[in-house]
Design a protein. Sequence first.
Length: 260
Amino acid sequence: MSTPAPGGTIEIAGKTISRLGLGTMRLTGPGTWGDPEDRDQALTVLRNAVHTFGITHIDTADAYGPHTVEHLIKDALYPYPDNLLIATKVGFARPAPSMWAPHGHPVYLRACVEASLRRLGMERLDLCYLHRVDPEVPLADQLGTLAALRDEGKIGHIGLSKITPEDFELARKEVSVAAVQNVLNIHDRYDPVMELCRDEAIPYVPYRPLDAGAAAQGGNVTTPLRWLLARGSHVAPIPGTSNPQHLAAIVQAVDRSGWT
């Protein structure tokens, strides 16, 4: 018997996946830089998420490490189950630990996608987000590059991350938006883009759903995740952890929330 999808299911990028996903930013060293302190534990988190708890949505980015987590995902999960959605993001340069710089030049974006394909061992990225909108490059050029890669079969679907309503409207004139990833949690409670996504039937993926743990003080993970799931059936949170026990607690919190 297959494991029930935590939080129920949602369709993103042509796949029916668990509404509860796993964010992987924490599977690196300090400053989101380099290898995790315990590589075996990081691999265990990834394997448990998919094979023990039935999570079928893994969210990552080439900037995590940089490159570290994409390597970990391949080492932990390849060959990938057919129902697993691995979403990655491109468009952020990492000059040093804890430093992030939007970089949306078309040549750079293309190089990032090609490199992510190699690291993940894929022929196509099912879902590729523009990690940040680079204000120095026209948005049409950034999305046009991803659309060209989609037309070449290297990207399946295009997503957007940390966008404004204005970005949302501009982007939808250029490409079909498969998902949007913005901050939303019980401390950062309002994002108008979440409502725009609901109105347009676009999946909304809140990152930092536990506010880096601050929203779950005292171990009450259930309340923040219940609050997020109640925002709408288009909402699919991606809490992150580097600890297998914490991962189990997150999944159990969703199970207790009554949204399975």
